[in-house]
Design a protein around this ligand. Structure first.
Ligand SMILES: O=C(CO)[C@H](O)[C@H](O)COP(=O)(O)O
Length: 235
């Protein structure tokens, strides 16, 4: 059912795409459904260009026949469609479960609209149940980690910081060859304060709090055996 929910949200997002649009294309299993459905529309004659938010999405979008560009060639986008790990009632997000947060944030910030597609389980009252990804440069990891821990404490957060590893148990590397520390916080009482504190730590490249970027969301939930789509913000 989860895959059906993701596909339903993705299908509704494809309806938002108009001829000639410049798109940001997200990363993750829900965004992958969007890529598949968008590819089918392109093959039927829809004209768009897309900026992928990861190498994985680049490969999938190219395979689906979606014309691709870069933010160097196309620095302003009309619409980004991406998944999320958490979304609250104010359209604040945690992203980066797939490790693509840096490119995802750059692309979202270059877009006039960012619409999140997700299954309803991603909606939360308070951000923080999902571990917050913090992308860091490998140099100085120990010192950066201490500074992040201090920033967490100062902003009322508590929890473990773990270095993300891949399937081979080696440290996970992002598309930019950085590392990810996942902050297991449970709840984030003041996301704005935390975002500012993390951004001020040398060695932090980016963090997974997306604040003021998401303009709308399409959430798919199961209700009495049927799929119901809930929209938040402007969709
Ligand atoms: O932020 C992301 C990748 O960095 C994804 O959008 C997020 O992890 C959601 O993924 P999924 O749709 O597979 O649940």
């Amino acid at each position: 059912m989860s895959a059906d929910l993701k596909r339903a949200a993705a299908a509704r997002a494809v309806d938002l795409v108009q001829d000639g649009m410049r798109l940001g294309i997200g990363t993750g299993s829900t965004a992958a459904q969007f890529v598949e459905l968008l590819g089918a529309r392109v093959r039927s004659g829809l004209s768009v260009v897309g900026v992928p938010t990861s190498e994985a999405t680049h490969r999938a979008a190219a395979a689906a026949g979606i014309p691709l560009t870069t933010l160097d060639e196309t620095p302003e986008l009309d619409l980004t469609v991406d998944g999320a790990d958490e979304i609250d009632g104010s359209l604040r997000l945690i992203k980066g479960g797939g490790g693509a947060l840096l490119r995802e944030k750059i692309v979202a910030a270059a877009s006039r609209r960012m619409v999140v597609i997700a299954d309803g389980s991603k909606q939360v009252a308070t951000l923080g149940r999902f571990p917050l990804p913090i992308e860091v440069v490998p140099f100085g990891l120990g010192a950066t980690r201490r500074a992040i821990a201090a920033a967490l404490t100062r902003t009322g957060c508590a929890g473990e910081l773990t270095l993300r590893t891949g399937r081979d148990f080696a440290p996970f590397r992002t598309d930019g060859a950085h590392l990810i520390l996942d902050a297991h916080l449970g709840r984030i009482p003041d996301p704005d304060a935390l975002a500012a504190a993390l951004a001020a730590v040398p060695g932090v490249v980016e963090h997974g709090l997306f604040l003021g970027l998401c303009t709308g969301a399409i959430l798919a939930a199961e209700e009495a055996g049927a799929i119901r789509l809930l929209t938040l913000g402007a969709v």
